[in-house]
Design a protein around this ligand. Structure first.
Ligand code: KIV
Length: 276
């Protein structure tokens, strides 16, 4: 597989081939995602919740995002890296939005950026595109608007909001985004949007008819003990595996079982004798 670009994704939609995307926040994980042949890595601002321990994504800063995007970029060969623009990095002015989007490319090695919002973001998106930076849209449940939305809820369930989401998707397509994330929208609505726009839709909690899927990697690997959203499928359950490994390590160190001979280094008797 060669390097994934926006053209690769467009061709996949045209051929009806599904697109794969996962989040990653560090070098080691990104290397595995790249080796698995996943199309895109999103260095998501979900970083705030799954790595930095915040309650939501609103506290994540540009510096946090750049730090983790750099680690991911250093690991990848073929995957397309999308940097997620954090809260307030694109809301204040178009100029600031372009500067911040540019930092993802210039300082952190990302290939594209993602930002949340529909029609209201068209001017900002066009300004970023003018700087030759590919932009991915994100509509439906947009976690940076959690306070305005009144929680993490499915969006577009009534006629008015469903129509608004279709209009938003079309506005983003017209603005020139290369792809649109649809988060937590009913399956039939995601299907309709996918049919009506020419750019690939990437679903998360949006059913099987999107052109591609994205999941937060910590969720799909089962790194958490607590609640995970309904739309997540756990492809592994690592939390109990890690917990057992930690308990075994503690027990073996405390009992003097680890390190054994096979984990230790020796030296010649000659040298040793001279030490005593
Ligand atoms: O930050 C993130 O991980 C995201 C995905 C859930 C799409 O925006």
């Amino acid at each position: 597989m060669g390097k994934v670009t926006t053209a690769t994704l467009k061709a996949k939609k045209e051929k009806g081939e599904k697109i794969t995307m996962l989040t990653s926040y560090d070098y080691a994980t990104a290397a595995m995602v790249d080796e698995a042949g996943i199309d895109m890595i999103l260095v998501g601002d979900s970083l705030g919740m799954v790595v930095l321990g915040y309650e939501n994504t609103l506290s994540v800063t540009m510096e946090d995002m750049l730090h983790h995007t750099r680690a991911v970029s250093r690991a990848v060969k073929n995957v397309m890296v999308v940097g997620d623009m954090p809260f307030l990095s694109y809301h204040i002015s178009r100029e600031e939005a372009v500067r911040n989007a540019g930092r993802f490319i210039q300082e952190a090695g990302a290939h594209a950026v993602k930002l949340e919002g529909g029609k209201e973001r068209v001017g900002t998106i066009k300004a970023i595109l003018d700087a030759q930076i590919p932009v991915m849209g994100h509509i439906g449940l947009t976690p940076q608007s959690v306070n305005q939305l009144g929680g993490f809820k499915v969006q577009g369930k009534d006629l008015e909001t469903a129509r608004m989401l279709i209009e938003d998707a079309k506005a983003l397509e017209k603005a020139g985004v290369f792809s649109i994330v649809l988060e937590c929208v009913p399956t039939p609505l995601a299907k309709k949007i996918t049919e009506e726009v020419s750019v690939p839709t990437i679903g998360i909690g949006a059913g099987p008819y999107c052109d591609g899927q994205v999941l937060v990697i910590n969720d799909m690997l089962g790194m958490f003990k607590g609640h995970i959203p309904k739309f997540v499928k756990k492809y592994a359950n690592l939390e109990p595996v890690i917990r057992e490994a930690l308990l075994n390590y503690k027990a073996e160190v405390e009992a003097g079982v680890f390190p054994g001979k096979e984990h230790s280094f020796n030296m010649s008797d000659d040298v040793l004798e001279k030490l005593y």
